[in-house]
Write a protein that binds this ligand. Structure first.
Ligand SMILES: Cc1cc2nc3c(=O)[nH]c(=O)nc-3n(C[C@H](O)[C@H](O)[C@H](O)COP(=O)(O)OP(=O)(O)OC[C@H]3O[C@@H](n4cnc5c(N)ncnc54)[C@H](O)[C@@H]3O)c2cc1C
Ligand code: SF4
Length: 511
């Protein structure tokens, strides 16, 4: 009897649990559906990447001799939703049961849980064991802890996975080499050239579809050259480990105008959709360390991001849902300024980060955290608007990973569930880590007045404005002491400059 196996667009791994015991008579369903492309208006490049990866994955399965039903968005009567696609496939193939892997999003999980009733068939929802920490293990780790700190979770994950371990001890004598990951990039060091993967006919058909159907969505499609097959993803991983990983460590926090990728892996979208596994990426980096091809501060930094942060934020998401997205501990309500969609702002760091986001559906972590995120925090932008923006614009964005990074990491909207203090910084941080300020109309050394870097007065205004909630935070004691030492006139001038700046932010455009 036939089993219908429904594979979602971020489950493109041959080893995904829903395909593990697939038999030649089974039908594997993949579907491009309108609801998923439209519930937020995703970046064109993100849609193109996912559809191209899905189509190539389906072809790989066919080459293996498996039966695949692939629904495209450009057929005469495309499926509106996952549920509709599944119901139509059930009617056609009359399977005895349906097998799926749990989704990455609460909304879809709710949908899946209604399928058994809607279809009148058994629906088996299997765990997504491509993640290295399952829900029960995360719950057990978090149980009874007052504050959830990634660092302790990460050490547990090192022990469990054995990456960079020497028996019970961490290789190199320390768990964390973050202190060696914060260097400014010297002008004479050039990031390595990246391999590109020009679109084949199938990917070109997807690009045409996306520009036809989603022409009014945010972002550019030109020059699309990202891997969309398992084979190319593996080639890209090889390239990263050999050519970029050795310098990934020291320059992880650096930013340079016109160099969007630096030594970052650019692997997140490939891992999140399943073309690469987190375990195999870490294994390759671990091997490079043991072969003497990459130093400990690079390899530890990379592995920490994957078995630490990536698994940790997923654990937070499922633990805190539903309702996590509505948190707003700082009562922030300002609408998203229009320049988040156009990139048209005189603040050069923001203009660069948004421009690159528009072109590439990518910005690296420090741009997301310390430029864009820092601005969202200091300006008091509405958390739901910020979440939607981050979900729309990045090709690696799924709610399970975007939401904790926005709600918990950049906005402190969960009141410090896992961040010990808000990641708030003045312009000096951006100046220290980038060359953006050299090309900006604002002066990063000025604290007040029309030419002063807005981050400078927004930083103090943020602390002032949120004193009631944040003053008690021990890690903010020093900045609050500095604020308290300022004269009344200075504090009024800071408030006035911040007010003038914030009131002038244009918002409400239709994008
Ligand atoms: C506000 C905000 C929103 C973010 N939204 C997303 C998102 O929607 N999807 C997403 O995959 N990442 C998100 N991140 C995390 C991180 O910025 C990206 O994973 C990273 O920039 C991807 O680029 P890379 O592959 O070159 O990463 P690298 O710098 O090369 O890091 C290696 C890998 O570590 C993982 N990683 C690193 N940091 C994080 C993190 N904080 N959370 C989860 N995984 C991490 C990613 O898989 C990444 O590929 C967000 C971060 C912030 C601050
Ligand atoms: S001066 Fe301020 S606004 Fe301009 S690039 Fe530097 S940090 Fe950004």
């Amino acid at each position: 009897m036939t089993v219908l196996r429904f594979v979602l667009g971020d489950q493109l791994s041959r080893s995904v649990s829903s395909l593990r015991d697939v038999a030649p008579d089974d039908v594997i369903l993949l579907a491009e559906v309108g609801e998923e492309t439209g519930y937020v208006r995703h970046h064109k490049r993100k849609i193109a990447f996912l559809f191209a990866a899905m189509r190539h994955f389906a072809e790989d399965l066919r080459q293996e001799g498996l039966r695949v039903e692939y629904r495209t968005l450009d057929e005469d009567a495309p499926a509106d939703s996952f549920t509709a696609a599944l119901m139509e496939a059930v009617q056609r193939h009359r399977p005895e049961r349906v097998v799926v892997t749990e989704p990455g999003e609460w909304r879809v999980r709710q949908m899946m849980e209604g399928w058994e009733r809607a279809l009148g068939l058994p629906v088996e929802i299997r765990p997504d064991d491509r993640f290295l920490c399952d829900h029960a293990t995360f719950e057990a780790w978090a149980e009874g802890l007052k504050g959830l700190r990634m660092e302790y979770f990460y050490r547990e994950m090192r022990r469990r996975t054995g990456f960079l371990m020497d028996g019970e001890a961490p290789v190199g004598g320390r768990w964390n080499f973050d202190f060696a990951n914060r260097e400014r990039l010297p002008a004479e060091i050039e990031p390595p050239p990246r391999p590109d993967f020009p679109p084949d006919a199938e990917t070109q058909a997807v690009l045409d579809l996306v520009s036809r159907r989603f022409g009014n969505h945010f972002g550019d499609l030109d020059g699309f050259d990202y891997p969309v097959t398992r084979q190319d993803a593996l080639r890209y991983l090889d390239w990263f480990v050999e050519d970029a990983l050795p310098r990934f460590g020291p320059y992880q926090d650096a930013m340079r105008q016109g160099a969007p990728l630096l030594f970052h892996s650019h692997l997140s979208a490939l891992i999140n959709c399943g073309l690469l596994g987190p375990q195999e990426c870490c294994l390759r980096a671990d091997d490079a360390y043991h072969a003497g091809a990459a130093p400990i501060e690079a390899v530890e930094g990379f592995i920490r991001q994957i078995i630490g942060w990536r698994e940790f934020v997923r654990g937070i998401y499922w633990r805190e849902m539903p309702g996590y997205g509505e948190r707003n501990a700082l009562g922030a309500t300002r609408p998203l300024p229009d320049f988040f969609w156009t990139g048209e702002t005189e603040m050069n760091c923001l203009a660069q980060a948004i421009g690159e986001t528009k072109r590439n559906a990518y910005a690296h972590h420090i741009q997301r955290l310390m430029v864009l995120g820092n601005f969202c925090l200091l300006a008091g932008l509405d958390p739901t608007a910020v979440q939607e923006w981050y979900l729309v614009v990045y090709h690696d964005a799924y709610e399970w990973v975007e939401m904790p990074n926005v709600v918990g990491m950049i906005l402190f909207a969960d009141g410090g569930l896992f961040a010990s203090k808000p990641y708030a910084a003045s312009g000096n941080y951006i100046h220290k880590m980038s060359d953006y300020c050299e090309n900006c109309v604002f002066d990063v050394t000025r604290k007040l007045g029309p030419r002063a870097c807005p981050f400078n007065y927004l930083y103090w205004d943020f602390l002032d404005r949120n004193g009631k909630t944040l003053r008690g935070n021990q890690r903010l004691r020093q900045p609050y002491q500095t604020l308290d030492r300022m004269s009344g006139e200075r504090r009024t001038a800071i408030r006035d400059d911040a007010r003038r700046f914030l009131d002038r932010l244009p918002s409400g455009g239709d994008y």
